[in-house]
Design a protein around this ligand. Structure first.
Ligand SMILES: Cc1cc2nc3c(=O)[nH]c(=O)nc-3n(C[C@H](O)[C@H](O)[C@H](O)COP(=O)(O)O)c2cc1C
Length: 373
């Protein structure tokens, strides 16, 4: 039986992926002053035993005002760095899954309540809220506080903070950085003509709207060890007429590729409440395919990928090089085991769990720490 495409290894820079299943970044809203807590050890530790190829740490704010909520993880000082160190040190003792981190700034979508308490924006007068910043003083929703437009000093501060966080990530031994350019957060706010109304060199033409996100990419790339991948997550479209779209996404991806970007992760939406999303299984996969056809970088597809055959087909058909799972792998943290069993592949399992291998899948498990490498 030929090896399933979903379980073919892939090398990206110094990153060696055992299969094509990556764990998407997922905010847990469980940090204290930007510091990871025991929840992150439980949550990430569990996912690190899933058999996926790569674990991505949630959107991690590069400055406190770049958090979506007061309970987001950050990486802006020694205390936040130490909290991630403690979490990773424990996880690495028991799992050799490579770890990426998503570096982020929420821009005008910052300063909100945690989702399970409604997720509304908190005014700056609220103890859990603060004044937001963005490319232009345009609020996300009609009820939201208008952000303050970033001036030259503000732009430099954010750019430097991304680079400083990348240096801390490098020191933590993190294997790859994903820059968050999707879902209507700060960098996406620069890209989209709906949220960027600047009349300086950072607004107007596509080249101008891409300028700040590309500067952030360059700063992060320069701050992170050259052999370790720096990648970008984008929204392939705003799903709003006159907004960011797939053609602009391709131009952005091509500009990133010439600057040394290692991979693109293609999601969509999040910028404008008027978005009209055609929700269906794999609805964002065509966006990933379009970016993949226009560049030579590996591309990750994400969004309502839940089935083993569905995921296998996405990689086998060349729609994308990898699939990312978010809700699916929270619901079923052993999804990669089940996919391997279904497709006739093998998957890593910790020695402590080897006795769980079902009788009918006698060759399913590779033992953690005992394979070729
Ligand atoms: C609990 C939760 C937290 C999320 N946090 C992030 C995040 O930190 N960064 C990000 O880019 N996307 C985030 N997302 C979006 C997911 O990464 C993913 O793109 C989306 O859920 C679609 O994939 P799915 O259908 O497999 O869930 C989050 C999604 C969920 C469900």
């Amino acid at each position: 039986m030929s090896e399933p495409s979903l379980f073919a290894p892939l090398t990206v820079g110094s990153l060696r992926l055992r299969n094509r299943i990556v764990i998407a970044p997922m905010c847990q809203y469980s940090a204290t002053d930007g510091c990871m807590t025991d929840w992150h050890l439980i949550h990430l530790g569990n996912l690190a035993l899933s058999g996926a190829a790569l674990l991505t740490i949630e959107a991690t704010a590069v400055v406190p005002e770049g958090r979506i909520t007061y309970a987001d993880v950050g990486l802006w000082n020694d205390a936040t760095e130490a909290s991630i160190y403690r979490t990773l040190e424990s996880i690495r003792r028991w799992s050799d899954m490579p770890v990426a981190i998503q570096l982020a700034h929420a821009g005008r979508k910052a300063s909100t309540q945690v989702p399970w308490k409604g997720g509304a924006q908190l005014p700056s007068a609220n103890p859990g809220g603060w004044q937001t910043v963005a490319p232009s003083p345009l609020a996300f929703g009609p009820e939201d506080n208008p952000p303050i437009a970033l001036d030259a000093d503000g732009l430099a501060h954010v750019r430097d903070a991304f680079a400083a966080a990348a240096r801390r990530a490098a020191r933590l031994g993190i294997d790859a950085v994903q820059i968050h350019g999707a879902h209507g957060y700060l960098l996406h706010q620069f890209l989209s003509p709906l949220s960027n109304r600047r009349d300086d060199e950072y607004g107007g033409s596509l080249a101008n709207r891409m300028r700040f996100p590309l500067e952030v990419f360059d700063a992060v790339r320069a701050a992170f060890p050259p052999e370790r991948p720096v990648t970008m997550r984008i929204s392939g479209t705003d799903w709003v007429e006159g907004g960011w779209d797939v053609e602009q996404s391709i131009a952005f991806a091509q500009a990133l590729e010439t600057r040394g970007c290692s991979a693109m992760h293609v999601s969509s939406g999040g910028l404008d409440p008027r978005q009209d999303i055609p929700l269906a299984p794999g609805y964002q996969v065509p966006l990933a395919r379009a970016v993949r056809e226009a560049t030579a970088m590996p591309v990750v597809a994400v969004g309502l990928i839940t089935g083993f055959d569905q995921a296998e087909a996405i990689v086998a058909n060349g729609d994308a090089d990898m699939v990312a799972l978010a809700r699916t792998i929270l619901y079923d943290p052993r999804w990669p085991w089940h996919a391997a069993a279904h497709l006739g592949a093998t998957v890593r399992a910790p020695a402590q769990y080897l006795r769980s291998q079902p009788r009918q899948y006698r060759h399913l498990f590779e033992v953690e720490g005992s394979a070729e490498d």
